[in-house]
Design a protein around this ligand. Structure first.
Ligand code: 7RM
Length: 377
């Protein structure tokens, strides 16, 4: 993916100022791997462009224990901390009460990136890490956009758990249907950006046709197609529902994977969940859920069935019977990339009982596939 130097650097720097409110006295820490675009923009170019004082970390959040992040914040007096929901959820699972043991009073601003943040994780991040005094900036953007696109200006506008709020000044984001017409209802549609912006993708290296087809398809009137589904609430705030390809169609209802995953994660037993569709003769799609419990994975079929039944009813109560998963499997983890993104296409293959023939070179934890394949359900 090709970026320009000037445009990319401009929005990298501006968002350091606007969204992270970076000031010379701050100590900034973005925990992202530098191999992820988040590491490019917010560990490298953005902080360098600001002349920022920052922490650069190359290790894992669980060494020597799941309190490592909190110890780093305490020892280095970090003021602005930026991490991903997947990291938050795994730290809740492995040491939910550890932040309490550290002095986190230097913190003044928290950030989230990489996927929609579920309310459970948001509340824990806000109260346990931010001690209910630090705003959370939920930042929606992509490799292709180079820098934040939809995110709050902290302190200047109300935030709500689960929404990245409003587009930044100059970013003409909106939501459209298949024909490129704007929609405002709760069902939502495709997230697009109507006008060019400084840090936008310039090319897919050596493949101009793929660039045009993926990002500027015919029906979109020249709008940039982000590939995400989203809807807006009564305040015009944007809620990201997941990738377009991941949205489920159950008996004619469009369901975001995020909505169901977040309902599952709201159950006290659940640490994390991933949901995919599989073909169903009557409903169009059936819902298959993969669940990581906070405690150990159930070790016998009867126990697994009992918890699965309880969780299916839980989702039915939280969202409605339409969202009730048809099957639930339990694992110790989910298949993820290094940046913590769940590889749902692999889960789709497992749910459909297909051989996994896809490229798994970016999968961080390959062993998990066998476990999930053989999981009782
Ligand atoms: C920064 C990054 C991009 C995809 C994007 C979304 C998802 C990222 C958020 C989010 C909801 C967020 N670049 N995504 N941030 N969804 N809320 N705050 O992740 O190129 O690796 O991925 O990630 O689906 O299209 S990326």
């Amino acid at each position: 993916m090709q970026h320009s130097s000037g445009g990319y650097l401009l929005l990298a720097k501006l968002t350091m100022q606007w969204v992270f409110d970076y000031k010379p006295a701050d100590i900034f820490w973005c925990t992202a791997d530098v191999g992820w675009v988040t590491g490019h923009t917010y560990t490298t170019y953005g902080p360098l462009a600001m002349g920022a004082t920052q922490v650069v970390f190359e290790s894992v959040p669980t060494y020597p224990d799941a309190g490592r992040f909190w110890k780093m914040i305490q020892d280095h007096k970090v003021t602005i901390f930026y991490t991903a929901p997947t990291a938050i959820r795994s730290l809740i699972k492995l040491g939910g009460d550890l932040p309490k043991k550290y002095d986190l009073s230097s913190l003044r601003l928290l950030g989230s990136v990489g996927e929609p943040i579920n309310p459970e994780a948001w509340m824990w991040y806000y109260t346990e890490v931010g001690r209910s005094r630090c705003p959370i900036v939920d930042t929606w953007w992509q490799t292709e956009t180079g820098a934040h696109m939809i995110a709050p200006l902290p302190g200047a506008m109300p935030i709500k758990p689960g929404t990245c709020t409003l587009p930044l000044p100059g970013i003409m984001a909106t939501i459209v249907d298949e024909a490129g017409n704007e929609v405002h209802d709760r069902n939502g549609g495709f997230l697009v950006i109507k006008r060019p912006f400084p840090s936008q993708i310039r090319a897919i290296w050596g493949d101009p046709e793929r660039y045009k087809k993926s990002y500027f398809p015919e029906e979109m009137h020249g709008y940039y197609l982000a590939g995400d589904s989203a809807h807006r609430d009564e305040d015009g705030y944007f809620w990201i529902m997941g990738r377009i390809d991941d949205v489920l169609n159950v008996s004619g209802h469009r369901l975001g994977t995020m909505e169901i995953e977040s309902a599952l994660a709201a159950n006290p037993l659940v640490a994390e969940a991933a949901v995919v569709g599989k073909p169903h003769e009557i409903k169009g799609e059936a819902i298959a859920a993969f669940v990581v419990l906070k405690g150990a994975r159930p070790d016998n079929p009867a126990k697994a069935r009992e918890i699965a039944e309880m969780l299916r009813n839980w989702v039915s109560k939280e969202i409605g019977p339409i969202a009730k998963p048809d099957e639930i499997r339990f694992g110790d983890n989910l298949p993820k990339t290094r940046s913590g993104k769940i590889m749902r296409r692999l889960l789709r293959a497992i749910a459909r009982g297909e051989e996994i023939t896809q490229d798994i070179s970016t999968l961080e934890n390959p062993a998990i596939l066998e476990q999930l394949k053989n999981a009782v359900h």
